[in-house]
Design a protein around this ligand. Sequence first.
Ligand SMILES: NC(=O)c1ccc[n+]([C@@H]2O[C@H](COP(=O)([O-])OP(=O)(O)OC[C@H]3O[C@@H](n4cnc5c(N)ncnc54)[C@H](OP(=O)(O)O)[C@@H]3O)[C@@H](O)[C@H]2O)c1
Length: 167
Amino acid sequence: MKVELIAAMSLNGKIAASSDQSSLEWTSKEDTKFFVEKTKECRVMIMGRKTFDTIGRALKDRLIVVMTCDPEKHALIEGVEYTCETPHQILKDLESRGYASVAIAGGAGVYSMFLKEKLVTDVFLSIEPILFGNGISLAESFEDVKLKLVESKQLGEQTVLLHYEVV
Ligand SMILES: NC(=O)c1ccc[n+]([C@@H]2O[C@H](COP(=O)([O-])OP(=O)(O)OC[C@H]3O[C@@H](n4cnc5c(N)ncnc54)[C@H](OP(=O)(O)O)[C@@H]3O)[C@@H](O)[C@H]2O)c1
């Protein structure tokens, strides 16, 4: 299964200034367009509960799997599933339901877990022209991962998209 980590990042490796900040506050419209296209292509994305809180709704034509330690607590929303399963179990379940690829949509907690478990196959990074003085790093506390650059392209006047494969 393709497990595609997608993130918008500041020039100094941050994905947000704080954990309640929506990415829409600082990312480009070209990155949003890429996010929509990529997640529609995968048909499913996995994200942490804090990231889902910054979105707060289902997204058209895509399933959102939200990782939380307390799945029962959340109100049912069509197109959104809450789970406390492990990354391995979530992927196995999605595969059995016919999904061939999945977007790992953050935040840092979720990126870190999937990297730690060595489950990520591809990384897509949109680099935005901002330096956060404080904030949340992309991911941490995992063994080094070697990557191969597959493609780099300019998404818009100010945004570069990098696609890497895990070696
Ligand atoms: N720039 C980007 O591309 C990008 C992408 C995504 C997110 N973000 C930003 O990142 C920030 C949020 O990131 P974050 O790292 O603070 O939080 P997060 O990873 O989105 O969510 C953390 C939550 O995930 C759940 N969780 C974590 N480990 C779990 C496990 N092993 N099993 C079950 N549930 C687990 C817990 O939810 P419970 O507390 O409910 O148990 C935890 O509080 C937001 O500002 C968001 O906008 C940026």
